[in-house]
Design a binder for this molecule. Structure first.
Ligand code: BMA
Length: 368
C-alpha cells in the first residue's frame, strides 16, 4: 500500500512532468527578450538591415536564385538583425509590397534564425477604407475608428489581421518550434504619411487599434513568438507617441524610434543621440528594451557616415539594435547600407569592427 507521502510525491512528479511537457517555462518571445537584454548589458549594439537576404543594390534572390547579402559582401558577415516587410500579406498576395515572394521571406527568416540571427517584422498595411496603400491619406480621417469594434470596417480589419496571424504563426524552425520575431506594427504614428498617423486618428483610437491587434494575435491566436515593438517616428510631435499614443506597458516589449538623416550629419548625430538618451530613461523606468528601429541616410552622401555620424550617435546609449533601411534593387538612389564598390564601404568595415557594433558572429559569440 502506498503511504500518503509516496502518493503525494507521485502526484508532484506527474504534475512536474506534464507541466513541463505542455508549458515550457518561457516563450520564444521571452527568450528573445532575454537575449537582447544580454546584448545591452554587454554593450553590444546589433546591426540590422532591412530585406538583407532578399535583394541588394544590384541583385535580387528570386532572379539570381543565389544567397547573397550586401552587408556580408562588404563586412564579411551577415547583419545580426534581419528586417522583413510583410505589407500586402493582408490582401492575400503572394508578393510583398516590395515585390518579394512571401515564400522567400518565410525561408529567409528560418535561414537567419538557424544561423542564430534576430528577425524584425514591419507591416505597411493597405488602407482598408480605400484599398490604397499605407501612404493613401487623402481620405484617411476616420479609417482607424471604422476598424474598431462596432465600425463598418471591423470585419475586414479582422480578416486582414487573421492573414497576418497566419503568416506569423507559420514561422517555424526545423523542429516545428515558433521562431521569435520583433513585431513592429502601426509604426511612425506620430507622422502624417500613413493613414494611421496622428492627424487621422485620436490617441484613444490608436491605442484601441494597437490593443485590438495585440488581443487578436496574442490572446485569440495565442502566438508566443512576438516581441511587441512601438516606434513613433521622428517628428515635432513625436513625444506624444510615447505618452498619449502609448498603448500600455502590458502590450509593449520594446520602444524605439525611426529617425533618418535629411539635413547635416552633425544635426542628425546630435538629435539622434538626444532622443535616444531621453528614450533610454523611459525604457529604464518602464523596464523595456530600446532600439533605433529604422535609420539611415539615403544614398549615403558622406563616405565617413558610419564612423563620423552613426557611431557617435550611439555613444553610451543602451540600444539593443540599429536597423538600416533597405537597398532597393530597382531604384537608383534608394539605398541605406553600403554594397561592393560603394564609396562608404571602407568606413563601414571600420564601423563594424568597433567592439560595440555587432554583426551575426558577434551576436552568436554571446551564446543563446
Ligand atoms: C519605404 C520605402 C518604400 C517601401 C516601404 C516599405 O521607406 O523604402 O519604397 O515600399 O518603405 O518597405
Amino acid at each position: 500500500m502506498q503511504t500518503i507521502n509516496q502518493y503525494l510525491l507521485g502526484c508532484c512528479t506527474l504534475l512536474a512532468v506534464t507541466g513541463c511537457a505542455q508549458q515550457p517555462d518561457t516563450t520564444p518571445a521571452e527568450r528573445l527578450d532575454t537575449r537582447l537584454r544580454r546584448c545591452v548589458e554587454q554593450g553590444l549594439v546589433l546591426l540590422g538591415h532591412q530585406d538583407d537576404l532578399f535583394y541588394g543594390k544590384y541583385w535580387n534572390r528570386w532572379e539570381s536564385g543565389r544567397e547573397q547579402s550586401d552587408i556580408r559582401a562588404v563586412a564579411g558577415d551577415y547583419p545580426a538583425v534581419l528586417g522583413v516587410e510583410i505589407g500586402c500579406i493582408e490582401l492575400g498576395d503572394t508578393l510583398s509590397l516590395d515585390r518579394v515572394p512571401f515564400r522567400l521571406i518565410r525561408e529567409g527568416i528560418a535561414e537567419h534564425h538557424r544561423r542564430g540571427g534576430v528577425v524584425t517584422v514591419s507591416w505597411h498595411a493597405a488602407n482598408p477604407a480605400t484599398g490604397g496603400n499605407s501612404w493613401d491619406v487623402a481620405s484617411a480621417g476616420g479609417t482607424v475608428a471604422r476598424m474598431l469594434e462596432g465600425g463598418d470596417l471591423h470585419i475586414l480589419a479582422r480578416e486582414w489581421l487573421s492573414r497576418v496571424g497566419d503568416f506569423l504563426a507559420s514561422l517555424r524552425d526545423d523542429d516545428g518550434e515558433p521562431i521569435p520575431v520583433i513585431w513592429r506594427p502601426w509604426h511612425e504614428m506620430a507622422g502624417e504619411w500613413f493613414w494611421w498617423g496622428a492627424p487621422y486618428c485620436s490617441p484613444e483610437e490608436y491605442r484601441a487599434l494597437w490593443r485590438m491587434t495585440f488581443d487578436y494575435l496574442q490572446h485569440e491566436r495565442g502566438l508566443t513568438n512576438l516581441l511587441w515593438a512601438i516606434s513613433p517616428g521622428f517628428t515635432d510631435r513625436c513625444k506624444t507617441g510615447y505618452t498619449d499614443y502609448y498603448p500600455g506597458d502590458d502590450c509593449v516589449d520594446l520602444i524605439g524610434i525611426d529617425i533618418y538623416q535629411y539635413g547635416s550629419g552633425s544635426d542628425f548625430r546630435d538629435l539622434t543621440r538626444r532622443r535616444l538618451e531621453h528614450l533610454a530613461e523611459m525604457a529604464r523606468s518602464h523596464d523595456k528594451l530600446l532600439a533605433l528601429t529604422e535609420t539611415g541616410c539615403e544614398a549615403i552622401p558622406d563616405s565617413e557616415w558610419w564612423t563620423a555620424t552613426l557611431r557617435p550617435a550611439l555613444d553610451d546609449v543602451p540600444v539593443a539594435y540599429v536597423l538600416l533601411w533597405r537597398n532597393a534593387w530597382d531604384r537608383d538612389k534608394h539605398y541605406y547600407a553600403p554594397f561592393e564598390g560603394e564609396a562608404s564601404a571602407d568606413d563601414f568595415r571600420t564601423f563594424t569592427t568597433d567592439e560595440r557594433i555587432g554583426l551575426l558572429g558577434d551576436l552568436n559569440a554571446l551564446g543563446n
